[in-house]
Design a protein around this ligand. Structure first.
Ligand SMILES: C[S@@+](CC[C@H](N)C(=O)[O-])C[C@H]1O[C@@H](n2cnc3c(N)ncnc32)[C@H](O)[C@@H]1O
Length: 377
């Protein structure tokens, strides 16, 4: 894990101490970047009386610096939320007022959105925030993270966009809302699929992994899971990193077990809930916005954990989260319980799981992916 020591962030709003804490798993060395600095310069020029809404602040740098303006803060990532809380504490500040799920900001607002990885999330944010005429929308990020399609989306949605100029490779795209528009999209999006002979409909809020499709790795894991459920008769299952919730929902349907669907992303958690409800297993399923399974289930209480772990962060390949998930799964499982993981073949998952569990068996593979099983002994 990353323990970059706290550093001082000089902003027009004052100097703040920001750190990257234990909860962070990226390779970042600093809790802010040039995009945070640029948007704070921009906010400082604006009247302090409009309601400030901050979305997907990475480590809380924006919320900490603008604390006097009492921003409403929306952070999709649980890890990001924890980082923000800790950075507020570091500066002797109360935690900001987090809001979730997405809700409308009918009154005039000044909305700052850190450019999400997915354009679908930006699209959903524009729809969900229901901004009133006069609201000011800024999308901020490093140039390499702001695709042309984000510019075009804002132009279509708000009629105009000011692309600003690049400052230290960061940029703010700005629009002001002239009339209340409706994109015509309804969230979550839904598409029906058949997986291992069962019909399931992933419900996807913006930004969820694979959206309404079923990733080839997810399908391979599901196909391996089906006969295993008949063999194990699990009573408690966990879908760790549940995304749209397809794996946990299928596990609940096939086993009748109680299922915990856990994800770091609020959008994923909402999607998982909708997928399970639509499949008729909502009563069996609990969803958890969390990045640590230890906080969700009693150690030694789970029969089966299924996991298609993340292998990338903003800076590229990073298997640290997957590694932690394997350890969490081991603690959660009862003796004789099983972890079933799918990953890319080249990631050496078999060897890694063998290290954590003392055993690992490849149960399915294709040209790209491998499914590995490990049993808690
Ligand atoms: C590769 S996707 C798999 C999603 C889903 N299980 C599927 O197969 O379609 C990995 C998921 O892990 C989630 N995730 C990332 N870090 C996490 C963490 N620390 N704890 C729980 N979930 C996490 C991501 O938000 C993402 O939804």
């Amino acid at each position: 894990m990353n323990h970059a020591p706290p550093q001082t962030f000089e902003t027009p709003f004052g100097s703040f101490t920001l750190g990257i804490h234990r909860v962070d798993r990226t390779k970042s060395l600093r809790a802010w970047d040039a995009a945070d600095a640029l948007v704070l310069d921009h906010l400082f020029q604006q009247p302090a009386d409009s309601r400030l809404v901050i979305v997907d602040d990475t480590y809380g740098a924006l919320a900490v610096a603008t604390t006097d303006r009492m921003p409403v803060v929306l952070v999709d990532s649980w890890t990001g939320r924890e980082a923000s809380v800790r950075n507020h504490e570091l500066n002797g500040l109360a935690s900001p007022s987090f809001t979730d799920p997405l809700s409308g900001f009918g009154d005039v607002a000044n909305v700052v959105i850190r450019m999400p990885k997915s354009l679908e999330r930006l699209r959903e944010l524009f729809d969900a925030l229901r901004l009133a005429p006069g609201a000011d929308v800024s999308v901020v990020g490093m140039d390499r993270r702001i695709p042309r399609s984000a510019f075009e989306l804002m132009e279509r949605r708000f009629g105009h966009v000011d692309g600003g100029r690049s400052v230290r490779k960061a940029r703010v795209l700005r629009s002001s809302v002239r009339e209340v528009g409706d994109s015509g999209r309804r969230w979550p999006a839904v598409v029906e699929h058949v997986v291992a002979g069962t019909s399931v409909s992933p419900h996807a809020h913006g930004g969820v992994f694979a959206g309404t499709s079923i990733d080839a790795a997810t399908r391979l894991l599901a196909e391996s899971m089906r006969p295993m459920i008949d063999e194990l008769h699990p009573e408690v299952v966990v879908d760790l990193g549940s995304g749209s919730g397809v794996l946990g929902t299928l596990a609940a349907m096939w086993s009748g077990a109680a299922a915990h669907l856990v994800d770091d992303s609020a959008a994923a958690v909402r999607s998982s809930r909708a997928t399970a409800d639509a499949a008729g297993v909502g009563q069996q399923v609990q969803v958890h916005h969390q990045s640590n399974l230890d906080e969700v289930v009693v150690p030694g209480s789970v029969d089966l954990v299924v996991c298609n772990p993340p292998f990338h962060d903003d800076r590229g390949q990073n298997d640290q989260v997957a590694w932690e998930m394997y350890h969490q799964a081991r603690r959660a499982l009862r003796r004789g319980g099983r972890l079933l993981v799918v990953t890319n073949r080249h990631l050496g998952t078999h060897a890694r799981l063998a290290k954590v569990f003392g055993n690992a068996t490849v149960v399915a593979e294709d040209r790209q992916f491998v499914v590995v099983q490990s049993d808690r002994t």
